[in-house]
Design a protein around this ligand. Structure first.
Ligand code: SF4
Ligand code: SF4
Length: 625
């Protein structure tokens, strides 16, 4: 599907959409005028779609420097009267949490919806925190869709709730909902133009202690008023199957797994399917419990619905049996499948499991270790760092890594990753290691991550006079999430020209005096820069700048300049350095000879340099075209 199809303004058609595409369409139907994000899986496709269609839709869209900035831009738009949408992955909300928490106190003017895309099972994340907690923590409403149709429709309803009480709404998806595909029925695109004008409103938006005191009371009142709205919301519905004897309470992606089991086993069930989960629909849940002697709560990650259900039962003195995670029947970890749900239900309801749902699912492909792409400039940089460390005979080097493709440097044969804790943490942690130990320290950070959260840590390192080498892996994009632009590039999310921010100028302005700019494809200069940086007593930076191999491939193919390399078997000394220490996936040992797979070779030419092949046996292939 071409993303422009999402702009269609017809209501009687269905499009086969990914959850995140449906959310982008929902933003159009909700009349969103400003959308912001920092890309992060599993939310990234929303940004990819909106960056492609926002200009035609008349919507402002940006890939912001980080999630906090994204939130602040969207918040200012919302208090200026524009419906605004900010979205991020779950850990991104930790970054944005400071203004997010206070925005609940000030409230907003036009609707503001904050999407958190959680990642149960951690398919592309460092943890699986359940961000529904942020709803209760900040006292903001939480909406949880279960599929792409609901994702689109509930987003529109989330804006309505937001404007009902002038409060931000947390819109929580998970990987399974964001990445599921189904036919989605479209609604009308909202064309209403909102007036944008900021009025100070007697200091309402000044979060000073004097105003915050009263705002807390107002916030609690807002949430109290939303409680009956949650009770009556059509996002919370009851479904009945068979005699409906067993009562289930569920939400989000767990609903889909539960429904597979109910349908396969033909269970007599009544399902209270919650989509507006905070404020908790207490009266609805209480009435539901009174009609069922057995209540089973099926939700992924933390027992949030369960804890609230048990509280309602205790306060309203309802004696239904309640089963969930707190009594050990369901797991608190990882996403659920029909198999995991059925296993828990078999223990509660006492039936035998005879068939596994996984038996009828597509077989998983054989696992392969994650590797850097052929032609990836990061491979050359890691290789040069390893050689420089060996040449200088450095011992006990600490490699402080960060979040991005270059985290793959952790694996064989480079082993250049000892710590990754959060976005931009490589430099901050390097400062800690520098003050705590006398070991050599090398921090790796990508260009997008440098802008995201590396700059304050660099200021800290320079200010405190630490000694470390920082290698900025500048591949001219935000590669890991789909190659979105970042402030180091002369282009905006919309494709318009932008001001390119220089990493070197920032570093010099902060006070870094020792900076080398190198091209990782030129191993001689890269080695020289890294060696000099490692010898320097203070903060030194090597900016290893070379565009991501995928971007280079696209350009080379367009310009028909594609070349590949091969090995001259007569010159090859079988030293194995190219296979064992450089480890490009295109190079392998086959039938006793080193071969380069022309279908994988990217033509970067790094392996042909003497630092990789001392016999100069690797050369441009004759069949180059
Ligand atoms: S030129 Fe060498 S290093 Fe580059 S992609 Fe081809 S085989 Fe790999
Ligand atoms: S590095 Fe060169 S000489 Fe050594 S095995 Fe590879 S191709 Fe042969």
């Amino acid at each position: 599907m071409k993303i422009e199809e999402l702009l269609v303004n017809e209501t009687n058609i269905e499009l086969f959409l990914l959850g995140n595409e449906a959310i982008a369409r929902g933003a159009l139907e909700a009349g969103v005028m400003a959308a912001t994000t920092y890309p992060g899986t599993p939310s990234s496709e929303v940004g990819d779609v909106l960056s492609g269609i926002s200009r035609k839709a008349g919507m402002y869209f940006e890939f912001s420097t980080n999630e906090k900035v994204a939130f602040e831009v969207a918040y200012a738009s919302a208090i200026s009267g524009l419906r605004s949408f900010v979205f991020m992955k779950h850990v991104g909300l930790n970054v944005a949490s400071d203004p997010f928490m206070s925005s609940a106190y000030t409230g907003i003017k036009a609707g503001l919806v904050v999407m958190t895309a959680d990642d149960p099972s951690m398919f592309s994340s460092q943890n699986e925190q359940d961000n529904r907690h942020y709803g209760e923590l900040a006292h903001v409403p939480v909406v949880e869709p279960s599929n792409p149709q609901e994702a689109k429709d509930f987003l529109i309803k989330a804006f309505e709730i937001s404007e009902l009480e002038r409060i931000p709404v947390l819109f929580r998806t998970t990987t399974r909902v964001s990445h599921m595909r189904e036919a989605v029925k479209l609604g009308p695109v909202k064309k209403e133009l909102f007036a944008s004008f900021f009025e100070p409103d007697s200091g309402r938006y000044m979060t000073l202690p004097s105003s915050a005191y009263g705002n807390k009371e107002k916030l609690i009142e807002k949430m109290k008023r939303l409680s009956p709205v949650s009770d009556k919301s059509d996002m919370n519905r009851i479904e009945r199957y068979g005699t409906g004897e067993i009562g289930f309470i569920t939400s989000g992606a767990a609903y889909n797994s539960l429904m597979d089991v109910i349908n396969m086993r033909k269970l007599d069930a009544t399902v209270l399917k919650l989509g507006f989960t905070y404020p908790f629909p207490e009266n609805l849940v209480a009435d539901f419990m009174k009609q069922h002697s057995k209540i089973i709560i099926v939700e992924e990650l933390d027992p949030i619905l369960e804890a609230r259900t048990r509280m309602v039962a205790q306060i309203k003195k309802i004696d239904s049996e309640i089963y969930g995670k707190l009594d050990g029947y369901f797991s608190m970890s990882h996403e659920y499948s029909p198999d995991t749900v059925e296993k828990s239900l078999s223990e509660i309801l006492g039936f035998n499991i005879t068939q596994h749902y996984a038996n009828v699912m597509i077989e998983e492909p054989a696992p392969r270790p994650p590797v850097l792409c052929p032609g990836c400039p990061h491979r050359a940089t890691f290789y040069a760092v390893k050689r420089a460390v060996r040449m200088l005979n450095l011992k006990n080097v600490i490699y402080s890594s960060d979040i991005g493709c270059y985290s793959l440097g952790t694996y064989e044969p480079f082993n250049e990753g000892d710590l990754i804790i959060s976005m931009g943490s490589s430099i901050g942690a390097a400062s800690g290691f520098a003050s705590a130990t006398s070991q050599p320290i090398i921090a790796f950070i990508g260009d997008s991550t440098f802008f995201h959260a590396g700059i304050p840590a660099l200021i800290n390192a320079v200010h405190n006079g630490e000694k470390m080498l920082i290698v900025v892996m500048d591949n001219r994009t935000t590669a890991m999430t789909g190659r979105q632009p970042n402030p180091g590039m002369p282009v905006k999310a919309s494709g318009e020209l932008a001001t390119e921010i220089s990493i070197e100028k920032i570093a010099r302005a902060i006070g870094v005096e020792h900076i080398s700019n190198v091209d990782p494809y030129d191993l001689a200069s890269t080695l020289q820069g890294i060696t000099a940086g490692l010898k320097y007593h203070g903060v030194s930076i090597v900016i290893a700048k070379r565009e991501c191999a995928i971007l280079r491939d696209q350009k080379m193919r367009k310009e028909k300049k594609w070349i590949t390399y091969n090995v001259d078997q007569e010159k090859c000394g079988k030293c194995m350095n190219c296979v064992e220490n450089f480890s490009c996936p295109a190079i392998s040992l086959q039938d006793g000879g080193i071969v380069i797979n022309p279908n994988l070779c990217d033509g970067c030419g790094v392996c042909a340099q003497v630092y990789v092949c001392p016999f100069r046996a690797i050369e441009v292939a004759n069949n180059a075209k």
